[in-house]
Ligand binder design. Structure first.
Ligand code: 5AD
Ligand code: SF4
Length: 465
């Protein structure tokens, strides 16, 4: 997960009004932004390239770390000026704040930024059209941060698919794990799994709309469970087998998983489903059992080792990615050393690491023994240096290897086509952009800091990766 803002392209039939959505945070927020665009399309909202040309701006926010929510308030300051300029020119701009900051800090937003028209939490996007209509009439912010996730999925329009070869599909939302540091159980609410039939129908629609890869999304995706049409109870592995039967679906991924919910059947599925890509994001947060317990992670380091070993047994080319937090309250030098040892033993293809950030209302925020900022900085630097080296080593080890690439569109330079390896690395090769949406075999020629370059071996489309 990252906290970078991305603007989401919106594909809608009419263009009378323009909508700009800025998205921070995880893939689930990107998915939600697309659903908000879908829900506003019937009201005549089409895509705007910039806030300046928009009649409505939505900031879809992330609350996971303090920096992420502060960025929202500085953006709101800039948008206030824009809104005033537009008002002076006789134009109206509706401003909405959505996502987890809206959920957690709704009252603070309306107090600090009274020029915001709509504040809506992640479970109320289906009510957006009604709120937009009211905001156009009324003065004062509309706030809706209720929690019924079931309704959200029932009432959102059938997904319009963004048409790209890589699609996202939310199958689960919320979290009941209550890790000591984390706001998700408070902002996204209790764990909710979407029913099997709705997921399969959406997956089929995505594939018929051009998707070749589907990434299943959930804050706790591997805790997903659902009732099948025959009344039996399915867990994620069973769903994956079913999705693998969809004609034309070449690649499947799922994110984000919790080590506690990596059951044997799910690990086994990685050895049996060729469409399931050999790359898994599995946050561990720390290598110290003492810290894992303080974090309420409900597992020990040893479980993580066993999962990594077994995944590599059933799928020898399996690569792992993870999240780490340094400087959780109470973390001592020896705990940090245990994290470094875990990293050394497992070896990661990619990882995200963060300094612990105190989130109001979470159990860790009020704990004694907060770690000083300079200690956190030093630990983060040490950890990131090793993780960066491991990522470079992993990318370099790909050089000379042959693999299948899912092409997504033109590369940055003329004559190039860009795509993704099975391990999610961005890759480019000389070749026609018309390959987008197909899979073709390449040999990896070189590893660059954030991408690979390759030579096409065979331009004909393959059945699956
Ligand atoms: N401080 C720092 N990092 C955090 N994360 C979640 N909450 C916090 C926090 N309070 C990180 C975790 C999680 C990732 C999405 O963000 O590593 O897996
Ligand atoms: Fe947050 Fe823990 Fe739930 Fe992940 S498992 S969303 S870190 S509470």
């Amino acid at each position: 997960m990252t906290s970078e803002a991305v603007s989401v392209p919106v594909s809608v039939p009419t263009n009378r009004k323009k909508l700009f959505i800025r998205t921070w945070g995880c893939q689930m927020n990107v998915y939600d932004s697309n659903r908000m665009a879908d829900v506003l399309a019937p009201l005549g909202y089409g895509p705007a390239a910039t806030p300046e040309e928009a009649d409505m701006v939505i900031l879809n926010t992330c609350h996971i770390r303090e920096k992420a929510s502060e960025k929202v308030f500085s953006d709101l300051g800039r948008l206030r000026l824009l809104k005033n300029e537009k008002a002076a020119a006789g134009q109206k701009m509706v401003l909405a704040v959505a996502g987890c900051v809206a959920q957690a800090e709704g009252a603070e937003i309306t107090a600090r930024a009274p020029w915001v028209d709509i504040v809506l939490g992640p479970q109320t996007y289906h009510r957006l059209p009604e709120m937009v209509a009211r905001a156009s009439r009324a003065a004062g912010a509309q706030i809706d941060t209720d929690f019924p996730a079931e309704q959200k999925f029932d009432l959102l329009p059938q997904v319009s698919t963004d048409g790209g070869p890589i699609a996202f599909l939310t199958i689960q939302e919320g979290c009941d794990k209550f890790c000591s540091f984390c706001v998700v159980p408070y902002t996204r609410g209790a764990e909710f799994s979407r029913p099997v039939a709705a997921i399969l129908a959406e997956a089929k629609r995505l594939v018929s709309g051009g998707a070749r890869e589907i990434a299943l999304l959930g804050q706790n995706v591997n805790a997903w469970h659902g009732e099948a049409p025959d009344g039996s109870a399915w867990t994620l592995s069973r769903l994956l087998y079913e999705l693998a039967e969809i004609d034309g679906l070449a690649r499947i991924r799922y994110t984000t998983s919790h080590p506690r919910d990596m059951d044997d059947a799910l690990i086994g599925a990685h050895g049996r489903i060729p469409q399931l890509m050999p790359f898994l994001h599995l946050p561990v947060q720390s290598g110290s059992d003492k810290m894992l317990s303080a974090m309420n992670r409900q597992h020990k380091a040893d479980l993580f080792f066993r999962i990594a070993d077994r995944l590599r047994e059933v799928r020898p080319d399996m690569a792992l990615s993870s999240d780490f937090i340094v400087g959780h309250p109470g973390e001592k030098d020896e705990d940090h050393a245990a994290t470094m040892a875990l990293v050394g033993r497992v070896g990661f293809a990619l990882a995200y690491s963060f300094k612990y950030s105190q989130r109001p209302g979470t159990p860790a925020a009020g704990q004694p023994f907060q770690v000083p900022e300079d200690v956190k900085d030093a630990r983060l630097q040490e950890l990131q240096a090793v993780l960066r080296r491991q990522q470079d080593d992993f990318n370099r080890a790909c050089v000379g290897r042959e693999c299948d690439i899912l092409w997504t569109g033109p590369g940055r330079h003329p004559g190039q086509v860009a795509g993704r390896t099975p391990w999610l690395q961005p890759v480019h090769a000389m070749g026609p952009a018309s390959l987008a949406g197909s899979l073709a075999r390449v040999r990896i020629d070189a590893a660059h800091p954030n991408s690979l370059s390759a030579t096409l071996l065979d331009e004909k489309e393959l059945a699956c990766a």
